[in-house]
Design a protein around this ligand. Sequence first.
Ligand code: GLA
Length: 516
Amino acid sequence: MEFSATGGHRREGCVLLRVLLIFSALLLGAIPLSAQTDLTGVWAVNLGMGDGNSIRAYLDLQQSGEQITGGVWYDYGKRPIKEGSYCDGKLHLTFILWDETPPPLGTADGTLQGDQLRLMVHLTGVEEGRGVAERTNREALALPAPLPLPKLHDVPDNGLVRTPPMGWNSWNKFAEKIDDISVRGMADAMVSSGMRDAGYTYINIDDTWEGPRDAQGNITGNLKFPNMKGLVDYVHSKGLKIGIYSGPGPRTCGGYEGSYGHEEQDAKTYAAWGFDYLKYDWCSAGRIYKDSDMRAVYQKMGDALQATGRPIVFSLCQYGNDDVWNWGAKVGGNLWRTTGDITDHWKRMDQIGFKQFEIASYWQVGHWNDPDMLEIGNGGMTADEYRTHMSLWSMLAAPLLAGNDLRTMSDETKSILMNKEVIAIDQDTSAKPIKKISEQGKLVVAARPLKDKTWAVGLFNRGDATAKMSVNWSDLGLHGKLQVRDLWAHKDLGKVADQFSAEVPAHGVMLVLIKR
Ligand code: GLA
């Protein structure tokens, strides 16, 4: 919507400018305006990103008058141009970053200078890049062929993460600005803050660690990660485990080296370095394989990890495509993303979190739905909103992977991430699914049966004003007087008959434990 308005204004402005130019040219009897260059064709660009790395991208443009259609190719695959205009040497495009409703958008602005388009590209949230695009031929869009895929079989359960994994991941806060020193700092802080003792175990390096392959094709760390084995040993020496990131395509989402054609070799390298966890991100594999190939593609890495003989948690990241919850466990997956990326905004967290109920029955011991990592402490939400985030993720038996800077956490952030009573819900060994008890407009009551015949009940107020909310014991199949404990106030509220009610702040939660 926002863009159409901008695009519309741009085009009107452009038309106005042309009319004025023609008018003044006529008045002055000047030479006629030369026709605008036609941008139709394929343009290649190396986008220089903030961290000194570059992403290869292509613009596949069709021009009709001042309208531009077509697509932008980068490592997520070919993304359609939503709106495009070109006038008086200025190109403006908005394109869809990945499939989701509503789709996140990127923008590209270019200025034509001679045969070159000087581009400034914004990829939602974290990344922006600049580069000079030049014309190339259509063959440049060709990709490596899909690799032969294995026959489907069930990869045996690796016996890991009997409760949802807990830890930290570099992406949400640091994106590409992560390095060896910061990861070590995070491991130190995990211990000194008490997070390790609260159950957080994995220190996970996300994308942008990857360097070139050596002469034998072995992956190496880049300049930010000069000594992978040393880093792994350091994290292990703190009593923690450590995770790494790759994907089945030639390029990761950040444009770094992927595991395409090196799956077994990379699994062996990770095991030799001593990694305990792999997040495996679909990304550019989407340009090579069909969605229906996903299971076989992931199985290939599932088998490769098991063949190393090292226990390595396998985290599938393909944004919930192809109903991954039906087959994630069969490829050896310990967790599988169920959505596109989270951001540090109430709207996005709320949209993702409350969409998870219908697939709750698919999680099982050792194999978890993953609605993406935590944003708690990153600053884009209020304390109430972060308590909702933590409560909901725990009720959903979601992996609890903190995504903030552990070295500089406020006391409030610590109290949210380390609320042991809430963590206990997440880590409940019975792994029973959550149930939506009621939904009235923006008021959602959800409950999850826990071991020892207790219940966790969340009164979630997704609305913008304080609301009175309640739950009837009969909705849980219970009756009589029951013990209620407020898990955020850490307070017993005594025995309550028939139903429990509470005032719940906007975007907030009342999370209680119910005992007979
Ligand atoms: C994808 C994933 C994110 C993160 C980035 C890294 O967007 O969904 O979680 O790993 O790639 O490039």
